[in-house]
Design a protein around this ligand. Structure first.
Ligand code: FAD
Length: 533
């Protein structure tokens, strides 16, 4: 669909001068429009009325939303303007209005960064500039396709635009928005993390990066009231008591910021076909006509045949394995071994229950919650409860993580609303009934914990709209990769296959897998690899 759309619009924008003169227009019949309740600051009207306009451009899956004003008419107008700009950017890249704006901003960002580095280390300038002018061609504008819209992708985009401001990037994500496992769930009344809520810092390299982001106010230190570890043996590397490490809060917004709002982002888009032409040195995807010079893969699933067929219900090789099959003569022994390791990555699954209490129940819980002392005891279902405390709107959200054993016993749960059932389409069984059973079991276990800690909570009714604002489960079928002690992935931050202009990156590389720090360093490493080649 995307390919035919691009072909259709190409005619009227064939020359640069025509492009500058003509106004890019999207037809109304190509737009899917929804009106939803707004969220965040802005008063009651924003939160109670359906004045937030969500538009999806059907041929490209580009999505925008607008709740800037209290007038529905103005929001519809602004949303259409945003959507037109984004679609134009997808089609015309750096020649578009957004493209030119990004180039300007990124150049300024790179200049400021170089200046601040120079101030802190005056000797570095001569060596870095000399090395860069040989290695990096700053004016290059390679077309780069990124698969996945999580934190690895965001870190990649942030770094590549800093180093190659003209890079022309398109990010495709099968889920409904940015963030991947760090995404925030928007319940209407509030947004909160149902996957990874926060990250910590373990290396000096990452400390320097986060210090810069803190100065730019992109991230901030977080003091959650997190609690509930079943016992210390099951504590994973990601469970860091806040009194031992500084934690930084994560959200989809953070990923959005790194990606810059203007990089084209396709949500609800599963990349399930890819092909590399040796003759033209270009990648092609799904049925699109647009070609890309580089492919950046931030999720192992496209290179993992077992996970691919499990998730998408087809008994076939993963698409990246298929794409590389004809090109294996050009892949070194070392690279083949790493691909093999990726194809065998195991991962832990987790189910999270998100519940937002409101009204008197929220008040009661917030008042008596044994924040720092609470421990989940003797539960085979619940491992951890993340508690942020009461919000300024009087809501009390809890995120409950299941034990790995419970998640494995239950098997895969996919309600009809899950990304995989939506984009996997045929062959993916979904079961709302099974999802309901899991929801009920996890709520029961949560209630048992709450009853132990607080008097008179055993009467909470999860179906009562006066007490519960939102309650649902989310299944993370690959929450954390399992450390591969024997393989080669632990010695690298990414895998570059030069013969196909391909880089694989993500939190499954390096020594400390399954963590945000690893994902960010890996994404940045991929960007730096492009510049070295
Ligand atoms: C419940 C939970 C709690 C966690 N807690 C912590 C914590 O406290 N501290 C910490 O450091 N880390 C934590 N983590 C781990 C952290 O979330 C991950 O390390 C990090 O988010 C990995 O980011 P990523 O971009 O590499 O991968 P992902 O976030 O998985 O992004 C990859 C994206 O690729 C998309 N995708 C895959 N295949 C395709 C395709 N074919 N086409 C299009 N899109 C595709 C996926 O939908 C996904 O969004 C937690 C994770 C979970 C699930």
């Amino acid at each position: 669909m995307l390919s035919s759309y691009l072909k259709l619009t190409r005619k009227s924008f064939s020359t640069k001068s025509a492009l500058n003169k003509s106004k890019f227009i999207i037809q109304e019949q190509e737009i899917l429009e929804k009106f939803v309740k707004g969220s965040g600051p802005g008063g009651q009207k924003i939160n109670k009325c359906r004045h937030c306009v969500q538009l999806t451009h059907i041929p490209t899956s580009i999505h925008v939303s607008c709740q800037d004003t209290r007038s529905l008419t103005s929001n519809r107008k602004i949303a259409r303007k945003l959507l037109t700009e984004k679609v134009e950017h997808l089609k015309n890249g750096i020649e578009s209005k957004i493209g030119r704006r990004i180039s300007k901003v990124q150049k300024k960002k790179a200049r400021n960064k170089r200046r601040s580095k120079l101030q802190s280390n005056p000797d570095s300038e001569t060596t870095t500039t000399a090395a860069n002018s040989k290695k990096f061609k700053i004016n290059d504008a390679p077309r780069i396709r990124v698969i996945g819209g999580g934190i690895t992708a965001a870190a990649f985009v942030d770094r590549i635009l800093e180093l190659l401001p003209k890079a022309d990037i398109l990010v495709s994500e099968m889920g409904r928005g940015m963030g991947g496992r760090c995404a925030t769930r928007d319940t209407g009344a509030m947004k909160f993390s149902h996957g990874c809520p926060a990250f910590d810092i373990r290396t000096s390299e990452f400390q320097t990066i986060v210090d810069d982001w803190t100065k730019e106010k992109i991230v901030q230190v977080w003091h959650p009231l997190r609690l509930g570890i079943i016992n210390t043996e099951t504590m994973k590397s990601t469970d860091i008591p806040s009194d031992q490490h500084t934690l930084y809060q994560l959200s989809s917004r953070f990923c959005k910021h790194l990606m810059t709002d203007n990089v084209p982002f396709q949500s609800n888009t599963l990349i399930n076909q890819m092909e590399y032409s040796n003759e033209h040195s270009k990648w092609k995807f799904n049925d699109e006509s647009i070609e890309h010079d580089w492919l950046i893969v931030t999720s192992p699933v496209v290179a993992h045949s077992k996970r691919w067929s499990n998730s998408f219900g087809k008994d076939t090789d993963a698409p990246l394995c298929k794409a590389l099959a004809n090109n294996m003569d050009h892949v070194s022994y070392h690279q083949k071994s790493m691909l093999n390791d990726i194809n065998e990555i195991e991962s832990k699954s987790i189910i999270s229950l998100l519940t937002v209490f409101k009204g008197e129940t929220a008040q009661r819980l917030a008042k008596s919650f044994p924040y720092e002392m609470a421990h989940v005891q003797n539960s085979s279902v619940i491992e951890k409860i993340v508690c942020e405390g009461m919000t300024s709107d009087g809501l009390f959200p809890l995120v409950v993580h299941s034990t790995e054993t419970y998640s494995n016993d239950i098997g895969r749960i996919r309600g009809s609303g899950s990304s995989i059932s939506k984009v996997g389409k045929e062959g993916v069984p979904s079961s709302n009934q099974k999802q309901q059973q899991v929801e009920d079991t996890m709520r029961e276990e949560l209630l048992k914990c709450l009853t132990l800690w607080i008097d008179e909570v055993n009467d909470i009714d999860f179906s009562d709209e006066k007490e519960i604002d939102y309650s649902a489960v989310h299944s993370w079928s690959a929450a954390f990769p399992i450390k591969n002690e024997s393989g080669m992935l632990k010695d690298h931050l990414s895998l570059h296959i030069p013969s196909s202009n391909l880089i694989l990156c993500g939190d499954y590389f390096g020594k400390d897998v399954g963590r945000v720090e690893t994902a960010i360093l890996s994404g940045r490493d991929a960007a730096e690899t492009i510049l070295r080649n």
